[in-house]
Design a protein around this ligand. Structure first.
Ligand code: SF4
Ligand code: SF4
Length: 476
């Protein structure tokens, strides 16, 4: 056993040095010790108090905001509401339109880049502490423990014949799991329909089919993915689990068993590991971390808590299993974070996406103007010799008040707007398409494409609201 761990570490060391890979025999010997539970064994992990367990609960409690979120009110409406029907996304007083969706895309990109940087620094920290799958599994297994008892009692119940007691416990548990799935799905739907309106529709059995169908994938997905598959979901279905290995390197700190200190493991007078298997007993994915880094490890660090409690009992220093990098374990110099190219590049990318988001949010106007030049024909020569171009203006009133505007031109000498002196009204939340014609005397059309700017002005005060540039096409 100790040989295997040693070989795994040596292998990693070889990777760093770029030496020859292991022989086939060595590979088989090493892989025979890898622990990959492909679902044949149901994991009933022991729960223990500890620093990382407390941290896990604190981080998981942030998900309460997911459930509370739809009930938060802002300026008389729901603070966070993705109103797909009216194509408006409200976030605490900010209203984003489909045109502004790039800001949400940047926010998503920031999240993924943050995931990369966290993985480069501390491995699957996200998986072990904040991923909704593992958080929900943690809640489900907590409920399971309350209803079925300790891991030994749960295993006994699993193998016991079906009787009234087992039926009542398993049935009650399934019902609670389904109710959590319903709460998860309905909460998700509440981000798209005002939550009070949604509940009213549910209770009065009204509303479109969508509000009944939308929570279903969550109910089914939560029950199957969290209630049944559990850690197997991470192993078989999660794409992030597949790619996270490429984001880590020898400087990444992950929960690691200090093999030099722990081996040879055994009850007395050997290495520090007393071979109590507590680190395996608390692992929610059934991994024995003493066999080296493994695919099933979600890096929840609960084995660190377990082992530290054992070390305390046997009067040995804590940290036999601890967050450490491969370089630290091999006694190589540890590179500080600010000198690691991977971390620097991810941090710079995050900084640029954040700058983009701040710029976007601070430049959100209440009126947007899009100008589309008519293509067929590009221009018309009129009987008096002047050149005519036609445009379609799309005026979007993103505000919550009606708009009364006028259109004006600039940057194009001699340009005249035909029949557009009167004020134009745009209702709140509406897009007004407007055909406009521009004439320019032929003598002033010196090029085949000239710059023209369309302005939107307040019809009452003449104040500038917004502008958009276009081209005036002529014979040149
Ligand atoms: S081996 Fe340790 S860190 Fe990895 S999943 Fe198991 S308990 Fe969590
Ligand atoms: S909990 Fe610590 S002492 Fe016990 S088996 Fe695991 S590594 Fe060894």
């Amino acid at each position: 056993m100790s040989n295997t761990t040693h070989t795994a570490t040596e292998r990693a060391s070889d990777d760093i040095k770029g030496d020859e890979p292991l022989s086939l025999d060595e590979l088989y010997r090493e892989s025979s010790h890898h622990q990959v539970n492909l679902g044949a064994k149901k994991i009933h992990a022991k729960r223990m108090p500890g620093k990382f367990r407390a941290f896990k609960w604190k981080v998981a409690s942030l998900y309460l905001f997911y459930f509370i979120g739809p009930f938060i009110r802002w300026e008389g409406g729901q603070a966070i509401l993705f109103d797909i029907q009216n194509r408006k996304y409200h976030i605490f007083g900010l209203t984003l339109w489909p045109q502004d969706i790039w800001i949400l895309a940047l926010a998503l990109l920031t999240f993924f880049l943050s995931l990369y940087v966290v993985t480069a620094v501390a491995g699957r920290l996200f998986c072990g502490t904040f991923c909704w799958q593992t958080v929900w599994v943690d809640v489900y297994t907590w409920i399971e423990e309350k209803m079925e008892g300790s891991p030994a009692q749960r295993r006994a119940l699993d193998s016991a014949p079906w009787d009234a007691r087992k039926l009542a416990i398993k049935g009650g548990k399934t019902l609670i799991f389904l109710l959590i799935g319903v709460a998860t799905g309905v909460t998700f739907t509440s981000y798209f329909v005002d939550v009070f309106d949604l509940w009213h529709r549910y209770f009065s059995l009204q509303g479109p089919i969508e509000i009944w169908v939308a929570p279903l994938p969550f109910i089914v997905g939560t029950y199957l993915g969290v209630g049944i598959m559990r850690e197997q979901f991470c192993f078989w279905l999660c794409p992030y689990a597949r790619i996270q290995g490429s984001m880590q390197d020898a400087d990444t700190i992950i929960p690691t068993y200090d093999m030099k200190r722990g081996e040879p493991r055994g009850r007395l007078n050997k290495g520090d590991c007393i071979d109590c298997h507590l680190c395996v007993g608390v692992c929610p994915t059934g991994v024995d971390i003493r066999e080296g880094m493994q695919e099933g490890c979600i890096m929840c660090a609960l084995c660190i808590d377990a082992c530290n409690s054992v070390m305390k009992k046997v009067n040995k220093p804590a940290g036999l299993i601890r967050y450490a990098s491969l370089k630290e374990m091999l006694g190589q110099p540890v590179v500080p974070l600010y000198k690691r190219p991977r971390v620097i590049i991810y941090a710079l990318l995050i900084a640029s996406t954040l700058i983009g988001i701040v710029w976007g949010l601070t430049h959100l106007g209440t009126v947007e103007l899009n100008v589309i030049h008519e293509r067929q024909p590009l221009y018309v020569t009129l009987s008096d010799g002047s050149i005519q171009n036609k445009y379609t203006l799309k005026i979007i009133n993103k505000g919550d008040r009606p708009l009364s505007i006028k259109i004006a031109l600039s940057e194009l000498p001699g340009a005249v707007l035909v029949d557009h002196d009167a004020a134009v009204h745009v209702e709140p939340g509406k897009v007004l398409p407007l055909n406009v014609i521009v004439h320019v005397p032929k003598a002033l059309v010196k090029k085949d494409a000239m710059k023209v700017e369309f302005h939107i002005l307040d019809s009452a005060t003449g104040a500038f609201i917004t502008e958009t540039e276009s081209r005036f096409i002529g014979p040149g």
